[in-house]
Design a protein around this ligand. Structure first.
Ligand code: MOS
Length: 693
């Protein structure tokens, strides 16, 4: 094979970029369908109770209406482990906004009009929606991603009682919403006993078998197509109600049915991030070496479903300490079940832990970077496992140099420019580097081109392009000769775009497949038979056989803020992040991922708060006018950098994943900078002006 310049490491533009910006890229609700109908959900207006009578009469008189759906008579589903997809099967109301019926019509407008005419009588029951740490809390054996709920090493209380330096503080974070540009959107089409769901989905090959079981079909009975996805942030990682409604409605009216959630509906139909209340205790000796870390996270889940964020697990990874206790406690409320939202666990967990580290640095009067360096562990503190690589200190040092940290006056509340109080802050970032089993196929054609198929989902990250680069390099040809096709469950088993594990997982299967293809080609003397030469591979065994190591990406975030001394308004003038996340395949899309993560962290620090109303029993600021998300004007100077990290213990591509690390640590860096600016410690997000005044 001729020598070709390596594609990985180059800043290729997204392979689908032109199609997207010219409107040629087909998103889920845009597939052209003969005779498509539209379903509009009827949603519950109470938080808890039973549906009594439902009057569909007026709805059925609207011109264009094909059918109306009510609970128990909308088509049968087979109950599985995921309660979010088991809709319209009984008369229970579990949360306000729940889909309790629907109208199907020949236009979306007619369906919407008719749905508004459906009359529902409820038997209402008292609801409880506010997380109250003083009410009953449960401890489950595990939390999200299978982590044990509690850990306890050494004697935290004894170390605490005898420590010369101590911090005990309670932090809180509010409920947050994912707010992807494209809402939930599905077209369902039945062909006999086979169902195709064009679905905005982070994991087409993961959801397809779940939908098949739900609709009582054999494995392979449902195909999911998710060619282009307008963002997910975790809300499209696990199936919820919208694609199921589309599937039921399409079966009922015997034609393709589209369902597109409104922005308002997304606030209840999509999973939200749970609010947290976090108790953190840090004890240290006079040199600043930690002698105890105690991190307890209190969260909510729904009464009918379980998603418990792994908020305190990050404390098991960050700093050396002989005594370490972590715990998760959960309370059941009458809201929709929360779900993953970009960096579930690490985002709120590091807000608390990295704020507490800043408080300890202030207490000891040491530089917050030096405090972290002093507590850098040799092995993962809780498990004792060696790290595959860990470059937090390099990130802190490199960030300090780039940011101009040296010579910083630690004294809080002393810098002023007119009305503005100025401050700087730092915090660490961390996120696990997972890899999940996947399969891929590769095809060599006689014209010298190659096609790789993998049921990956590119939710806007650039994953498709990164895969193209890695495939081209493995094949030893320029990217122009390679086509990477993603987004269809029919391409075989593959994990979702989640846990920052997409590229690590998919590229592993892809590289293995390509190696097998090239070996086969070699045996044939390089001759490609008529119809091409195909190969397929699966990484289930490779991943099961990995050595036991702690695999994590790390980073350091720096913030410069100003706070209006009169109004309390906080502005972030500068954000700078340095990350160590394995090999960076595409600097252009990687920078975009990291900057996007940091902006989301800024948004969470200053603006985002899902307001839960105890009377109505629901999120009340359910639109983007009242649920504030950072806009361009909220972001000052922002830079993302990375250090070259070579880690052979990850996967063949050497990548750690960059989807979520950028969101972690940002909020603590900003809160720490606000303390430096104002001299007041703020432990509750978001840092809105009513709190900072
Ligand atoms: Mo992501 S929140 O792991 O889909």
């Amino acid at each position: 094979m001729t020598t070709v310049e390596r594609a990985a490491g180059a800043g290729l533009r997204r392979s689908e970029g032109r199609a997207k910006v010219t409107g040629q890229a087909t998103y889920s609700s845009e597939w052209r369908m003969q005779d498509a109908a539209y379903a509009w959900p009827v949603t519950a207006t109470i938080a808890r109770g039973r549906i009594g009578a439902m009057d569909l009469g007026a709805a059925l008189t609207v011109p264009g209406v094909l059918a109306a759906m009510e609970p128990g008579a909308a088509g049968r589903l087979v109950r599985g482990a995921n309660p979010e997809t088991w809709i319209l099967q009984d008369h229970e109301v579990r949360f306000r906004g729940q889909i309790i019926g629907a109208v199907v019509a020949t236009s979306a407008e007619a369906a919407r009009e008719a749905a508004s005419l459906v009359r529902v009588d409820y038997e209402q029951q008292p609801h409880q929606v506010l997380l109250d740490p003083d009410r009953e809390l449960e401890t489950t054996p595990t939390v999200n991603a299978g982590y044990p709920s509690t850990t306890d090493r050494g004697d935290v209380d004894a170390a605490w009682n005898s420590a010369p330096a101590r911090i005990a503080a309670t932090y809180s974070t509010p409920a947050e919403h994912t707010s992807s540009l494209e809402p939930y959107a599905t077209i369902a089409r039945w062909d006999g006993e086979e169902l195709t769901l064009y679905n905005s989905d982070q994991g087409p090959a993961v959801s397809a078998p779940e939908f098949a079981a739900l609709f009582g079909l054999p494995e392979g009975g449902v195909r999911v197509v998710a060619e282009h996805i307008g963002g997910g942030f975790g809300a499209k990682a696990f199936p919820r109600s919208v694609p199921v409604l589309a599937g039921l409605a399409a079966k009922l009216v015997r034609r393709p049915v589209k369902v597109v959630a409104t922005r308002k509906q997304m606030f209840s139909l999509a999973g939200h991030r749970t609010p947290t209340v976090q108790h953190v205790r840090l004890a240290a000796d006079t040199s600043g070496a930690l002698t105890a870390v105690d991190h307890e996270a209190i969260m909510h889940t729904s009464r009918y479903g379980e998603f418990i964020e792994q908020t305190a697990t990050v404390a098991r990874v960050m700093y050396r300490t002989p005594n370490l206790r972590t715990a998760h406690r959960v309370q059941r409320v009458d809201l929709p079940t929360p779900g993953p939202m970009r960096a579930p666990g690490e985002m709120p967990g590091l807000f608390a832990l990295e704020s507490a580290m800043d408080e300890l640095a202030h207490e000891l009067d040491v530089d917050p970077i030096e405090l972290r360096v002093r507590n850098e562990p040799d092995v993962e503190p809780d498990s004792g496992l060696p790290f595959s690589s860990r470059n937090l200190v390099s990130c802190l040092r490199d960030g300090a140099r780039r940011f101009g940290w040296d010579g910083r006056d630690r004294t809080p509340g002393v810098r002023r420019e007119g009305r503005w109080l100025l401050g700087t802050g730092v915090a660490a970032s961390s996120f696990p580097a997972f890899a999940l089993p996947s399969s891929a196929t590769a095809l060599a054609e006689q014209d010298g081109t190659f096609t790789v198929r993998i049921a990956a989902a590119d939710i806007g990250t650039g994953a498709r392009t990164a895969l193209l680069q890695l495939a081209a390099d493995e094949l030893g040809v320029p990217p122009e000769r390679v086509v990477v096709q993603v987004g269809r469950s029919a391409y075989g088993p593959a994990p979702f775009a989640g846990g920052s594990a997409g590229t690590a997982s998919w590229s592993w299967a892809m590289i293995k497949t390509i190696r097998s293809l090239l070996a086969d080609l070699d045996e044939r003397g390089g001759v490609i038979p008529d119809g091409g030469l195909a190969a397929t591979a699966d990484t289930t065994e490779d991943i099961a056989g990995r050595s036991k190591l702690s695999r994590h990406a790390f980073g350091a975030q720096f913030a410069a803020v100003r706070v209006d001394a009169d109004s309390g308004e906080a502005r972030v003038d500068r954000l700078l992040g340095v990350f160590a996340a394995g090999r960076i395949v595409n600097p252009r899309t990687a920078r975009s991922q990291l900057l996007g993560g940091m902006v989301m962290g800024l948004s969470i620090a200053l603006l985002e708060r899902g307001e839960i109303d105890p009377v109505h029993g629901a999120f009340v600021n359910d639109d983007l006018a009242s649920y504030h998300v950072a806009a361009n004007a909220d972001v000052g100077a922002i830079e993302a950098h990375w250090i070259d990290e070579h880690d052979d213990e990850l996967n063949p591509a050497g990548v750690k994943g960059i989807g979520e690390i950028g969101t972690t640590g940002t909020a603590a860096a900003i809160a720490n900078a606000v303390h430096h600016a104002t001299g007041t410690r703020h432990r509750h997000l978001p840092l809105t002006l009513d709190r900072l005044r």
